[in-house]
Design a protein around this ligand. Structure first.
Ligand SMILES: Nc1ncnc2c1ncn2[C@@H]1O[C@H](COP(=O)(O)OP(=O)(O)OP(=O)(O)O)[C@@H](O)[C@H]1O
Ligand SMILES: [Mg+2]
Length: 192
């Protein structure tokens, strides 16, 4: 057998530490946008493997049986936590972009993934700003009563009380927000 995996003893294969950036925030606060910018930085500047676990995408597959009730949102977050756990314990940086409106879900995610690999990032923008951005037109539909269970309008959002990092996306461009996030990760020791 001459494959790389077989030709080196496991002790010689250095594996960088993985971790999970759990980005929570209102719809339109900037989670997916920032996830994309960060992925690019981690890949091009640090040569790391990154997986974005985006709520919208996962709802098309793994969570396609779930709706927007409290129970289903908690189950959705539980499944995403599991994915993030298995990825980040194998050296991957998991960037979770999930509204995850309930504190208990985020606390459970922290416990599932492990305190030392979990970074809760509050992607913060006022409801007014999110509604003005309305990138998917969801707020407009919610105001017209065309959709229900819209977080911030007809469904609750429990903001983090003590997030590891807080990024106010009304203060600058996505690139500027990503820079601030990276500086915070450096302070926390996740980025050298
Ligand atoms: N500093 C910033 N960081 C991120 N996004 C920003 C920032 N400033 C402006 N924006 C804009 O805000 C919008 C954020 O939309 P985005 O789809 O990323 O939100 P989201 O949090 O993923 O929402 P959802 O939960 O519905 O998926 C985009 O149009 C983006 O260009
Ligand atoms: Mg998104």
């Amino acid at each position: 057998m001459t494959s790389l995996a077989m030709s080196q003893s496991p002790s010689k294969v250095l594996k960088p530490e993985g971790f999970t950036l759990w980005m929570t925030g209102l719809s339109g606060s900037g989670k997916s946008t920032l996830a994309g910018v960060l992925k690019e930085i981690f890949e091009s500047k640090y040569g790391r493997y990154v997986e974005i676990l985006d709520g919208d995408e996962i709802r098309k597959g793994l969570s396609r049986d779930l709706g927007l009730s409290r129970e289903d949102r908690e189950e959705h977050a539980r499944r995403v936590s599991y994915l993030a756990k298995v990825l980040s314990r194998n050296g991957v940086i998991s960037i979770v972009a999930l509204i995850s409106p309930y504190r208990i879900s985020r606390q459970n995610a922290r416990e599932t993934i492990g305190e030392d690999r979990f970074v809760e990032v509050y992607i913060k923008a006022s409801l007014e700003k999110c509604e003005e951005r309305d990138p998917k037109g969801l707020y407009k539909k919610a105001r017209k009563g065309e959709i229900t269970n819209m977080t911030g309008i007809s469904d609750p959002y429990e903001p983090p009380e003590n997030p590891d990092i807080e990024i106010e996306t009304e203060l600058g461009s996505p690139q500027e927000s990503a820079k601030v996030l990276m500086q915070n990760l450096e302070k926390l020791g996740f980025v050298l």
